[in-house]
Design a protein around this ligand. Structure first.
Ligand SMILES: [Zn+2]
Length: 164
């Protein structure tokens, strides 16, 4: 996996997950209003809210057409078309890790996440024709873990970058 941005690694290392970063993340997304927005999306769309691990909330049974993803995250709320059991199953550990990274991004950026994310989508689309491949937020969350393919830069962008 290649990521464009170094990950803000929670203290404790991968072998001993820290309890502090998930708590801080949950607190920050509560304070910056993004978890409230996620809960509002869940309630207004009839998704059922369940408690997940590490201060995460899972809103299951999302049925709207957009966005056309299996999962998306708003604040500390991971909203999925599937069930919470499906998302929290060990087979989906990578996907959960990916969405958890987005929770961390919301913790840091607050509501600025939304415009920043759309700018990143726009750049990625211009550069590759894919919304995720060069999107700094998706790369930081892990492209492969989120199911995004690595797409080559469009030829004119490659030429422009080489020409500098
Ligand atoms: Zn993602």
């Amino acid at each position: 996996m290649t990521t464009g941005v170094p990950a803000p690694r929670p203290p404790g290392g991968p072998g001993r997950p820290s309890r502090r970063w998930p708590l801080a993340r949950a607190l920050l997304t509560a304070l910056n209003g993004t978890t409230a927005a996620g809960l509002a999306v869940a309630v207004l769309t009839g998704a059922r809210i369940r408690r997940g691990p590490d201060g995460l909330l899972v809103a299951e049974g999302y049925r709207r057409r957009l966005p056309p993803a299996t999962c998306f995250t708003v604040g500390s709320v991971i909203i999925t078309r599937r069930t919470a059991e499906w998302l929290l199953h060990a087979d989906r550990a990578d996907l959960l890790a990916h969405e958890s990274r987005h929770v961390g991004q919301y913790a840091v950026l607050g509501p600025l996440f939304w415009p920043a994310y759309w700018v990143a989508c726009g750049y990625s689309w211009v550069a590759t024709g894919s919304y995720g491949s060069r999107n700094v937020f998706e790369r930081h969350a892990g492209l492969g873990k989120g199911g995004y393919p690595e797409v080559a830069l469009r030829p004119w962008i490659r030429r422009m970058l080489r020409g500098r």
